[in-house]
Design a protein around this ligand. Sequence first.
Ligand SMILES: Cc1cc2nc3c(=O)[nH]c(=O)nc-3n(C[C@H](O)[C@H](O)[C@H](O)COP(=O)(O)OP(=O)(O)OC[C@H]3O[C@@H](n4cnc5c(N)ncnc54)[C@H](O)[C@@H]3O)c2cc1C
Length: 342
Amino acid sequence: MANLKITNPNDLGVLVVGAGIAGLTLARNLVRHGMKVTVFDKSRGVGGRLASRRGGGLTWDHGIVALHPSDIPPEIYVDWKSLGILESRKDQASMSWICPEGMTQLPKALEQGVDVVRDAKIDLIRIGPGGKVWMIRDDSGTWHYGNKLVLAVPAPQAELLLEASFPQQMVSLKESLAQIKYRPTLTVLATVSRKKYPELSLKAVSPIEMIIENGEKGIKMGTGALTIHLNEAYSVKNFELSEQKVLREIKSLVASKMGIEISNLVLKKWRYSQVTHALEDPFLSAKLTSPLFVIGDGFCGGGLKGSLMSASSLADRLINPPATKEPWRPNGKKAIHLYCPK
Ligand SMILES: Cc1cc2nc3c(=O)[nH]c(=O)nc-3n(C[C@H](O)[C@H](O)[C@H](O)COP(=O)(O)OP(=O)(O)OC[C@H]3O[C@@H](n4cnc5c(N)ncnc54)[C@H](O)[C@@H]3O)c2cc1C
């Protein structure tokens, strides 16, 4: 482990694990208030489940399909509108937004001005000298230091990381995280010839939950790019099975039930796609001398809305820390305690 000499831990800044919408929303907010923040993501790109894929001149959105105004808190709505990248989704009875270059356009815009370290999977957390410093290790073996640590990853991944790092500690925090449940989603990306199917009509048939042509949705390079989300039952049953089997089944189902020939099939597996049981708390925290927080879509009732509200609540808390002492009490046991804000 690297040797760290710190004169003032407060100079170290906030470490955020996860550059999904929650991590970026938090970081953007803190940076605007002059705080030092570094965000780490295991992927090459940012956005997490706000995901797009490019290939062969086409763009697929393969995570969340569209953004609904009712999911977006007013102050975030104003910020996002100012980016000038949201467009109303075509052919929709209810109002929703998409990004014309694909959903990742939004997190890419939000990361501007934020220090994001990509390709950095955080695999270990340690508490540094005097309990005042958080130390996190990425998968290249490099340690990073901060005075606050935020895990902005799906709850089961946060729980795993805490278990690997503190098997005997933070028991109640891990128990709370274990209450948050997710469903998996298998998503097939495919191409279809619009010359052959100029009047493409896409009505989902089980086990397809949703089938979308990205061009119809309003994605610029999306004509002929199909995104096929499979329902929960099929996704659970087939999650660990062979990709080729799933792709063969879906190709033949789309041909026989919908009369459409699809090609260039790719499977994306979302182990934690959408929350099925969330907590109402805005976030969870554990505290030594320096605090650790967990935010994301497992909080504030769940989903994208929960993720944004969770990030905003923590940003408020860090920007305007409570004047009085934290409401947690040492209660005579170990130094780490769970604090569940109401
Ligand atoms: C197919 C699909 C459909 C959806 N539909 C809807 C919907 O209709 N309505 C709705 O409300 N929500 C929907 N969602 C869920 C919504 O997209 C998420 O709730 C939201 O994007 C969560 O954002 P987040 O930042 O909390 O988490 P994520 O987007 O998961 O971000 C977490 C980030 O952490 C990174 N990470 C994880 N572990 C580590 C580590 N150890 N080190 C470093 N980085 C790490 C990941 O790479 C990721 O970028 C859908 C999701 C999917 C996949």
